[in-house]
Write a protein that binds this ligand. Structure first.
Ligand code: U2F
Length: 453
């Protein structure tokens, strides 16, 4: 069979970047006839985690070098791994792309990449093919990055003391976001970090892309959406969260166990806790949170990495086993969909926020890094669908207050109503005539019409 389009998909193999990219590709592959093939380039480790041994029609995974010198076993931190990988780009991708072209006999006709991989712009120009970039976080964080130069010049003219509370009043849709909520990578102090350099280069390249795709829905931030549409040739919000939280990563038993446990709990009584794939609170914060759950006997389901369990107070697991459960990985979307879940305690990674909205669950926010503070600010001050933990870290007092605030019939009522309204908007966006569906079709047409030269 003669294929017309060959899409080279380039993943960023850290945090929850590669999984939503694969979700998008799986949806595109399922919706296109078999005249499109997708070659998915990613590190071996990340490919193993997200494909989990499964094969999908018209998608072929290729492993790229992660940058670890041959013969050495990597034992460094998350950020060191990222640096090694970035040093290996773009050569590692180029090598695997050549292999995919020679295997399939079809030239790559379009690059669909994580937006972080800014050099894909140059690769696409050289190959004279379109570049489609997926921004895996929120529109507010993308917007903040797009205004980096203006933010810097504003910061230079503002005293350090005033900076904290100053808002981004000059950015459409962001007037409630304060300078102190911005991703650290935007701040001049951090501008030399590898992540900041990569994102700044991305900001310069994105307007040249054929399309920027975002895992969200337009109606969540109409002003930001309109502004970003004016900055890019195509700005396509596609709401993937309804389909993400990839169950393939989960062993069936662990998933089933916590879902069965949830079935036995009272309506909206359970606090679901997860801080994503990268972050873990400090031991003193974990201790404060654990103490509040234990003394208040709040039913809880806590997704906690195995290596963090040793940081819990001694005996906590035994003492709370009647009303709480800890798992090393939960089927998050299914958990949030369960009617017994009343609150999501989250770090505000974009996938988590988006999934919580899709399921109509209010949030208690404890952001750590990157986009998480601005996401949390939008949750609390703009969408009004959750609260940020007082002082930014878990203390006994702040945690109890946040839980009571949302659980109370009076104060939590508006928050629950707001999150349900937003959930409805998300559902409308994925209906047949919804904005997300239209954007998805536009993307599919763009890919189908690409031709390698
Ligand atoms: C980075 O975010 P994280 O990977 O830390 O967090 P999320 O964006 O919230 O994504 C976590 C995903 O993992 C799933 C969950 C989300 O889809 O459903 N999951 C699960 O299924 N079970 C579990 O027990 C725990 C998680 C970064 F740190 C953030 O700042 C960015 O916003 C994000 C996206 O770019 O990437």
């Amino acid at each position: 069979m003669a294929f017309h389009a060959h899409i080279g998909v380039l993943a960023f193999p850290f945090g929850s970047h590669a999984a939503p990219l694969l979700t998008l590709v799986r949806r595109l592959a399922a919706a296109s006839s078999s005249d499109i093939i997708f070659s998915f380039f990613n590190t071996e480790k990340s490919n193993c985690a997200i494909f989990s041994g499964q094969e999908f029609d018209n998608i072929k995974a290729y492993d790229v070098w992660d940058g670890t010198p041959e013969g050495e076993a990597f034992s460094g931190s998350h950020f060191e791994a990222m640096q090694l990988f970035l040093d290996a780009t773009p050569g590692n991708f180029e090598k695997a792309m050549k292999e995919a072209e020679s295997e399939s006999g079809v030239k790559i006709s379009c690059l669909l990449t994580d937006a972080f991989l800014w050099f894909a712009c140059d690769m696409a120009e050289e190959r004279r093919v379109p570049w489609v970039a997926l921004w895996t976080s929120s529109s507010c964080s993308l917007s903040a990055h797009m205004y980096t130069d203006q933010i810097w010049s504003m910061m230079r003219s503002t005293g350090v003391a005033e900076r904290k509370e100053k808002t981004l009043s000059f950015v459409p849709g962001m007037s409630s976001v304060r300078f102190s909520d911005l991703p650290g990578e935007i701040l001049p102090e951090k501008s030399e970090s590898p992540l900041a350099i990569m994102i700044y280069k991305m900001v310069q390249k994105l307007p040249k892309s054929t399309a920027v795709v975002l895992n969200s829905f337009e109606e969540i931030d109409p002003l930001i959406t309109t502004d970003l549409k004016s900055k890019f040739r195509n700005f396509l919000n596609i709401h993937l969260s309804i389909l993400s939280g990839d169950p393939s990563i989960l062993s069936e038993d662990s998933g089933q166990e916590c879902l069965s446990w949830l079935e036995k709990q009272r309506h909206a009584s359970v606090v679901y806790i997860s801080f994503g794939t990268v972050t873990t609170p400090q031991p003193e914060e974990l201790a404060a949170l654990a103490e509040v759950l234990e003394t208040g006997e709040f039913p809880f389901l806590w997704s906690m990495k195995d290596n963090a369990k040793k940081l819990l107070p001694e005996g906590f697991l035994n003492r709370t086993s009647k009303f709480g459960m800890i798992v090393s990985w939960a089927p998050q979307l299914k958990v949030l969909e369960n009617p017994s879940v009343g609150i999501f305690m989250t770090h505000c990674g974009w996938n988590s926020v988006s999934e919580s909205i899709s399921c109509g669950v209010p949030m208690i926010c404890r952001p750590f890094l990157g986009d998480q503070s601005s996401n949390s600010r939008m949750v609390e001050a703009v969408w009004k669908i959750g609260v940020r933990i007082e002082g930014g870290v878990f203390t006994k007092k702040g945690t109890i207050e946040a839980l009571h605030y949302i659980m109370s019939n009076e104060t939590g009522k508006a928050i629950r109503e707001n999150v349900n309204k937003l959930k409805q908007k998300a559902e409308n966006a994925v209906k047949l005539d919804g904005s997300s569906t239209k954007n998805f079709k536009a993307l599919l047409e763009l890919l189908k019409s690409s031709r390698g030269v």
